[in-house]
Design a binder for this molecule. Structure first.
Ligand code: ADP
Ligand code: MG
Length: 415
């Protein structure tokens, strides 16, 4: 069996493992279940791709987005690794070729959309494959307490049960509070897993919360000195995306928009324009971002308060993946709380709503805290020994101004 370090060097061309990678690789190689919690850009893919190559047979990877799967498969093929993807955008005519390859080529990685696990045909296919490693990427999607719940992720244990023998199960996510972590272990049925979290700090990101009277004007003034640097402006609703994007374009900012209400073609064209640096600013709902491979995003502005710190940190974390200094700015208005409360109140089930309000409370607290913002985020995600002051956030920069926790902070809890 090729050893992990030589695979890292010769297949992927990297010199050494990054923090967390080696223990996760070893666990999966030794047949142990594992949950890897590492920030975006930390290199979670290699944690299962290397064991996939070191083991015989098929490695099945459940991945939530077609674009994400395509990028991974393309990158693997470029490194000379056999990889395929099965999803709804694939013409049926392609199936026989892929199945033949999966049965004859080893090792091979197969990426599948979670929805595939619900089709009887695919479950039958699974029974006929030699699946030697089962991987769940973006594993927080299995938890209703997370921010990207995908019901089909709940079908994963069923798919596992179809296999002739149970392979080691590896789960990976960038965002998991201790309770979401427990939920992942429980719902996926991880057995005595190695749970490894590398910590959540992203020292190159600065965090700031502002309460401008006029958000649009504030945003315009913020963007001005940043010229043609790339950034994302997240809005809570499609309508806000339309308004903010039009406002910026009227003022000469090269902004494009992205939300689920647009035609696929426009969404793809706008994403492409942003990734290829033809449009510096992307104005989007949270439909945009997962799996976008752009490392030089210099700022992420939240035009509205998100529903949870989980979602906030995931989105803000798309800034600065290249390690360069980048800014995360949240524009807060008390009115955001009412909108957020309404949205959380729409959730199905009392328990989900209770959790939702608890998360929302933590989000609102973040907007009001006089304490270090980074520290507040890191403690929320369960990091220990967090310093009182980071020296690189809105609270640490101007420690004299203590924001006041006013009425609307308490509103969330009292519902
Ligand atoms: P994540 O899934 O954790 O967000 P990825 O797996 O997409 O991150 O990896 C992010 C980037 O880091 C990729 O370009 C990957 O090739 C690179 N990378 C991963 N591991 C290493 C390593 N050990 N040395 C150098 N680069 C690495
Ligand atoms: Mg990833």
């Amino acid at each position: 069996m090729p050893d992990p370090l030589s695979l890292l060097r010769h297949v992927f061309g990297y010199r050494s493992f990054r923090p967390g990678q080696e223990p996760l690789v070893t666990a999966l190689l030794e047949g142990r279940d594992a949950l890897g919690v590492m920030p975006t850009g930390a290199g979670k893919s290699l944690c299962y791709q290397i064991p996939a190559l070191a083991r015989e047979g098929v490695t099945l990877v459940v991945s939530p987005l077609i674009s994400l799967m395509k990028d991974q498969v393309d990158a693997l093929r470029e490194s000379g690794v056999a990889a395929e993807a099965l999803h709804s955008a694939l013409p049926e005519g392609e199936w026989p070729r892929i199945l033949r390859r999966l049965r004859t080529e080893s090792p091979c990685l197969l990426y599948v959309a979670p929805e595939r696990l619900e089709t009887p045909f695919f479950l039958q296919v699974l029974e006929s494959l030699w699946v030697n490693l089962f991987v769940v990427d973006e594993a927080h999607c299995v938890s209703q307490w997370g921010h990207d719940f995908r019901p089909s992720y709940l079908r994963i244990p069923e798919a596992l049960a179809r296999l002739s023998h149970r392979p080691p199960l590896g789960a990976f996510t960038a965002t998991a509070t201790p309770e979401v972590r427990e939920d992942i272990v429980l719902r996926l049925g991880l057995r005595d897993p190695l749970v490894l979290s590398t910590g959540f700090d992203r020292p190159n990101l600065s965090f700031r919360v502002e309460r401008p009277r006029d958000k649009k004007a504030f945003l315009r003034d913020f963007l001005g000195p940043r010229g043609s640097r790339s950034g994302i402006v997240y809005c809570a609703t499609r309508k806000a995306v339309e308004e903010v994007c039009a406002f910026l374009r009227d003022r000469g900012v090269g902004a494009v928009r992205y939300h689920a209400g647009l035609e696929d073609e426009e969404r793809e064209a706008n994403q492409e324009a942003f990734v290829r640096d033809r449009a510096p600013v992307m104005v989007a709902t949270n439909a945009f971002g997962m799996g976008i491979d752009k490392s030089d995003v210099r700022f992420v502005v939240h035009y509205n308060m998100p529903l949870s710190l989980d979602g906030y940190y995931q989105e803000a974390g798309r800034a600065g993946r290249d390690g360069e200094r980048s800014e995360c700015l949240l524009l807060y208005a008390p009115g955001d709380v009412a909108t957020a409360r309404f949205l959380v109140g729409q959730a199905e089930g009392e328990e989900a709503r209770r959790q939702g309000f608890r998360k929302l409370q933590a989000m609102v607290d973040y907007c009001h805290t006089p304490r270090c913002l980074r520290g507040t985020l890191l403690r929320y995600f369960g990091d220990r020994d967090v310093p009182e002051r980071c020296g690189n956030c809105g609270s640490c920069d101007d420690g004299t101004e203590l924001r006041d926790a006013t009425l609307e902070t308490k509103m969330v809890l009292s519902c």
